[in-house]
Design a protein around this ligand. Structure first.
Ligand SMILES: Cc1ncc(COP(=O)(O)O)c(C=O)c1O
Length: 486
């Protein structure tokens, strides 16, 4: 039986130099993240990487260089295949801010040259802040997805933001989103989103699918005609998102085939259309058994586009993707200490961590999702199979998730043992909430933002975690919180 590989699966110690994936390696019995020794963050005496203080556990790591590496890699893959197959369109990388909208993330994706995708009125404010800081140049495409009917703050804010940022493309989900754009009189380039989620043999099947996102085929044609008839609007983008974490490259392109056919027919009638946006869905390794042929996917997508557009005698479009999980998953890690071990007649020993699995990565209990989990130290010692428990009183606060077949091995030696969850940088923080109050009133962990300077040396910024007073304040205990607790 196959199972997700979430970590080390043997009793033997991990060999020195072992690579778990593209950013996790073992050196001298300690885990390194893109070269950064993680144990030193709790034990600075053993640091030779410029880290000079012991941080409290639990600790969240925000490792920014990986975000830049991801963007750069995807651009390179597309560039290579565009050359290889002589594709006559360009590639536009956009970051889907819903995966993680933290300031340091948006500043990093924009700094790496990514275009920007958003979905709510607060997102517009984030873009406005980035604009004011000079991080969002005029030629950077900003795609506005999400519901934005007339009268909604988001619709009004998009119209206002158009005066500040010229390359703003609202993507219409529904016909009722058109009137505010038309009545604004402003010269918008517009996108139209197809109702396209799922795997469908053809357009008719796709049209029958139950989804609240995007326009059914008939409405798509109507919307395109309305846009073309409006003196201030230009039809620019066709948007078709077909799923998320699509780990089979052929299936991914198969799903896109009905939308590609519609794109080509729309292009015949509306020549201004020039960008095909496949939205999200680009997969990323959240476990160690992941394998996806990015080149293969891109080759198949571009050659399919060439074949279909050739058949309809229209120019191939530029390709855009809105990369959420792919951009941010790898950069985030959450580190914990093992505070006790317990048997209690369980099949496997319990290792209890000093925090909550549930509230730190909600998808592990809500969706049974797996993330990479490894010790930070003692990797050169024998391992055995265990289960992890959080310190909340909740029976779901455990790892691997209930019903999972995954095997979790940890060092038998638990003195001073630290462990880490990896690939948790997309969606988990936003779903778990930032600040606020969490399950069993556990305070939020310290955060460490790691970057590299121009000479390749690590730089560190520590953001303090929540105090008891912060948590109490959130819950309305203002007097007590203000006076007696820190
Ligand atoms: C419109 C749109 N674009 C992009 C994304 C990002 O998807 P992913 O995280 O799979 O890249 C989403 C995710 O829900 C989305 O709804």
């Amino acid at each position: 039986m196959t199972h997700p590989v979430i970590g080390w699966e043997q009793g033997m110690p991990v060999p020195d130099g072992h690579r778990f994936n593209h950013y996790l390696t073992c050196h001298d019995g300690r885990l390194h993240m893109d070269g950064l020794d993680l144990t030193q963050l709790f034990d600075p005496d053993r640091s030779d990487q410029g880290f000079d203080r012991a941080l409290p556990s639990p600790l969240e790591i925000i490792y920014l260089p990986i975000i830049r590496q991801q963007i750069e890699k995807m651009r390179r893959y597309f560039g290579e295949v565009i050359d290889e197959v002589d594709y006559e369109g360009r590639f536009h990388y956009a970051y889907a801010s819903k995966a993680n909208a933290a300031e340091e993330i948006i500043r990093t994706t924009l700094g790496a040259g990514a275009n920007h995708e958003m979905s709510s009125t607060v997102d517009v404010e984030i873009a406005r802040i980035m604009k004011a800081r000079g991080l969002l140049p005029d030629d950077r495409i900003v795609v506005c997805n999400g519901f934005k009917a007339a009268g909604m703050a988001y619709a009004d804010n998009i119209v206002r933001f158009k005066d500040e940022h010229p390359t703003l493309i609202p993507v219409v989900e529904d016909l009722i989103e058109l009137p505010p754009l038309i009545s604004s009189g402003k010269p918008f380039e517009v996108g139209l989103r197809q109702k396209s989620y799922g795997h469908h043999e053809d357009e008719a099947e796709m049209n029958l699918y139950n989804s609240r996102f995007g326009l059914a085929v008939e409405d798509m044609w109507k919307a395109a005609d309305y846009v073309s008839a409006a003196p201030n609007l230009t039809l620019k983008m066709y948007h078709a998102m077909v799923g998320s974490q699509l780990v089979d490259a052929e299936d991914f392109v198969e799903r896109l085939k009905p939308p590609i056919e519609i794109y080509a027919r729309l292009k015949q009638r509306h020549p201004s259309l020039s960008i095909f946006n496949f939205g999200g869905g680009m997969p990323i390794a959240m476990t160690l058994d992941f394998n996806f042929d990015y080149h293969g996917f891109i080759r198949l997508l571009l050659t399919t586009m060439q074949e279909v557009c050739g058949r309809y005698n229209v120019a191939v479009p530029d390709i855009m993707g809105e990369f959420g999980r792919y951009t941010t998953s790898d950069h985030g890690a959450h580190l914990f200490s093992i505070i006790s071990t317990k048997e209690n007649n369980s099949d496997l020993p319990w290792y209890i961590i000093d925090g909550s699995i549930m509230s730190s990565f909600p998808d592990s209990w809500a969706l049974g999702e797996h993330f990479i989990c490894l010790p930070l130290n003692h990797l050169d010692m024998p391992f055995h199979q265990v289960q992890l428990g959080g310190i909340t009183c909740d029976s779901d606060d455990l790892y691997p998730p209930k019903k999972s077949e995954a095997l979790l091995y940890m060092p038998v030696e638990t003195r001073g043992l630290h462990i880490g969850f990896f690939s948790i940088g997309a969606y988990q923080e936003m779903l778990g909430g930032v600040k606020g109050s969490k399950h069993c009133v556990l305070p939020e962990a310290y955060e460490l933002i790691v970057d590299k300077d121009a000479d390749g040396r690590f730089t560190f910024e520590v953001l303090p975690g929540q105090t008891a007073a912060n948590v109490l304040n959130n819950l309305g205990y203002y007097d007590l919180a203000a006076t007696t607790l820190t």
